[in-house]
Ligand binder design. Sequence first.
Ligand code: SAJ
Length: 435
Amino acid sequence: MKRVSVLGLGYIGLPTAILAAQAGYNVSGFDTNQEKVKKINTGNPTIFEPEITERLWETLKDNNFKAYSDLQYADYFVIAVPTPFKENKAADLSYVFAAGEAIALRLRPGNLVILESTVSVGTTEKLTLQLEELSGLKVGIDFFVAHCPERVLPGRVFKELVANDRIVGGICQRSCELAQAFYAKFVKGFIHVCDDKTAEMVKLIENSSRDVMIAFANQVAGMCEQAGLDPHHVIELANKHPRVKILKPTCGVGGHCIAIDPWFLIETFPQETTLLKAARIINDTKPFQVLETIYTKAQELRNLGVEKPHILTLGLTYKPDVDDIRESPALKIAHELLQKSSLFELQVYDPNVPQAAISDFDFKSPQSLLKGIAWADMVVVLVKHKEFLHIKEEILCDKVVIDSCGLLYDLRTRHTQDFLEGAIKTSYNLVRSDP
Ligand code: SAJ
């Protein structure tokens, strides 16, 4: 049985390790966080992702997977460590090279090293040089390297790890073949082969293109608001055109990918990335625009005699239906509001985020969504979690509602559909009961 060692047991590394184990590899996971290693080995996945707990339990029970705080020997090393940016937005690749250092000490002839983390163009080559220097082995002869960027969407990881096409960027032809064979055991999507730099560029432009498209949606929202139009309705109608697919405006772009990866390109290609930079600025400004609207509406309430308006914000995560609050614009907005406690009372509600995850903040939360809404003068929808789609619009009618992500539009559309379906059913009954 081939051995796989996955470096970094986070949102990508752990599901990849579990899936590889379920596909028949003997997998060891490596993470520098000993607490995490302990938890994973006792069946606590430490992250929220559909199916993860059951799958982790199964692999532990079958002895196909175990986490370690020291790197194990393997046939395949898969690097899935974070690649954040520094204060000055330059890529911080230190975790990748720390992983390279650890692998070099365990590298054996025939091994394949796969870099899954998102990196600047040219990093796979630098990693290869580091491995050669530290191990004394020769790439293409003794060992092999490929960049195979992950492309899964948090919340759908186990589906997308299997179904999505993969890009395999080998440092040489043999590296491509080996990496292709490695993924073929669990990937049903097509595995496209190219060189390492092409794979790096592909990954970075995927996320940058999404950032640019979201910036466009956010600018559409700004124009519609000025014109007194509903941006969600306008976008839905524009998308009826066969070649238009505008994304959705929200309270900003968060997470650890879309808001970061364009900077890797801006750093490397400063002259060719003016559009990317503009998109970054538009999307980073969005939470402040939402805050401005909140302040204006709170002042209007004060003018009406509501001395300290009660504000309830809905959602803290970086996007709907996940528990992840990293780089979350919603959290940023709630945190800013918390600093203004002399101006209003704040409560925050997010069904997906456990209290422990936000213990650093002094947030107050209502006992339930309905109690929170009943308490509030103003409801600010920051994230459109599934749970909020069950809100009855009537209970919001005496509140100021600031809706940054189109919840109200969805509620109305659903009500209209219910109404139409009801009307169709009624007329059907009438026809049937007509003698
Ligand atoms: N967002 C909007 N409007 C939209 C869609 C998203 O404002 O119409 C916001 C979300 O609210 C969130 C941010 O963008 O704050 C990012 O969310 P996302 O769902 O677009 O993407 P991520 O960051 O969860 O995952 C992305 C995905 N990349 C692409 O869709 C091109 C995923 O496939 C990548 O694997 C992942 O980045 C990654 O790890 O790079």
